[in-house]
Design a binder for this molecule. Structure first.
Ligand SMILES: Cc1cc2nc3c(=O)[nH]c(=O)nc-3n(C[C@H](O)[C@H](O)[C@H](O)COP(=O)(O)O)c2cc1C
Length: 366
């Protein structure tokens, strides 16, 4: 089945992209993923001076299900790419030469300096990449140099820096949002005012994954100490879905959305698309399950389309958005449906300590 979709004038063979991070950390791993069936990749974020990027070990931490040990949450304190820009430029060229029909998106980040941002944009653009993703969202480490989410948390900076890039970019520009903000619509519309063609959401959520009760040290522990890091994987999906739907309901129709956060299955992909994403990105899922996970994504999306009668991936995008409402309207809909008694029969007064778990189950929809 044809799973292709055209976004900002770029034809994606399918909507599945590697998210910026370890899955796109060099040309070898990107090529392997393209061979495995991924439609595109957002490479690991690059900057002009990799020597300033020094990573720590360990830099990941997992939250596991109490029942079966499955990883449901993941924290990282990893920085952007520590590989020299010259190496990346060569690899971007090579990937586009070997895989002209796959979509290669360069994620870029720089300090608050117009000359540096524009230089980075120019040199990367010259390699033939298909689009840019501006990393305004890495929530740790880079912020100490006023980079990443330091920009995405301030809409005036988001607009200004996006404008610097779009002034020289001849290819589409997506801006990647941080969720560590009260109202995601503000930096997203600032990026659109700066000329962004698309919004990627979300980057990771600031977190502390746990504390070791033997050593009393918070994790991940580096020489006895830690810093709060970025939270990803299954547990963040509801927050990402909420933010993607808010963006889709508020941004201009022509602004594309790339949905990110906790995606592991075709089911997750379809949810993001129904709420307005035209592509999706997967980072932690690939780190935990490997690139072959794309087989299930392709099969699952094709099966869903056949079962529901969708003729193209584009038709799915935003299909569930009309069903967001307000609380007042939900109450009046229940009244119209003569179901208001259901609301009254579960008033707070009737909760009793002994049946709290039953009451919870009674009021749960899935
Ligand atoms: C180890 C790790 C490294 C990451 N590095 C980057 C990065 O360099 N640039 C970036 O924009 N996002 C980076 N991210 C964020 C992911 O691209 C993604 O936005 C986030 O993890 C949520 O998606 P997921 O649940 O599929 O991982 C990184 C995430 C992880 C887990």
């Amino acid at each position: 089945m044809d799973l292709s979709i055209t976004v900002n004038g770029i034809k994606f063979p399918n909507p599945f992209l590697l998210g910026s991070g370890p899955p796109g950390t060099n040309a070898r791993v990107i090529a392997k993923s393209f061979d495995a069936g991924w439609g595109g990749a957002v490479a690991k974020t690059v900057s002009l001076e990799s020597s300033k990027v020094v990573n720590v070990v360990p830099r990941y931490g997992k939250l596991r299900s109490r029942n079966n040990g499955e990883v449901i949450g993941f924290e990282n304190i990893e920085l952007i790419s520590d590989r020299p820009i010259e190496v990346w430029l060569e690899e971007f060229r090579q990937i586009k030469k070997d895989y002209p029909d796959h979509v290669l998106i360069a994620s870029i980040m720089e300090e608050y300096d117009k000359g540096r941002w524009q230089e980075l944009t120019r040199v990367v653009q010259d390699t033939g990449v298909d689009a840019f993703e501006l990393n305004f969202s890495c929530p740790h480490g880079m912020t100490e140099r006023k980079m990443g989410s330091e920009m995405g948390e301030h809409s005036d900076l988001t607009e200004e820096v996006t404008g610097w890039v779009t002034e020289v970019a001849k290819i589409p520009v997506w801006a990647k949002m941080t969720p560590n903000i009260t109202n995601i619509k503000e930096p997203a519309s600032a990026a659109v005012r700066g000329g962004a063609n698309g919004i990627s959401a979300i980057n990771t959520i600031l977190s502390v994954i746990g504390v070791n009760l033997d050593t009393l040290r918070p994790m991940p522990t580096v020489e006895g100490y830690t810093v709060p890091g970025g939270y990803s994987s299954q547990a963040v999906k509801p927050i990402a879905l909420r933010m993607v739907s808010q963006l889709a309901l508020s941004l201009p129709k022509e602004t594309s959305i790339s949905g990110i956060g906790g995606i592991e299955t075709a089911h997750d992909v379809i949810e993001f698309m129904l709420l307005g994403a035209s592509t999706v990105q997967i980072c932690t899922g690939v780190m935990l399950k490997g690139v072959k996970m794309v087989d299930e994504l392709q099969e699952g999306l094709a099966k869903f389309m056949t079962e529901k009668g969708f003729n193209s991936v584009q038709e799915i995008v935003g299909k569930s958005l009309p069903y967001f409402s307000t609380h007042m309207e939900l109450v009046s809909r229940m009244k119209e449906a003569k179901r208001h008694k259901a609301g009254e029969a579960s008033r707070d007064n009737e909760w009793a300590q002994k049946d709290i778990t039953e009451k919870t189950a009674e009021l749960t929809s899935n």
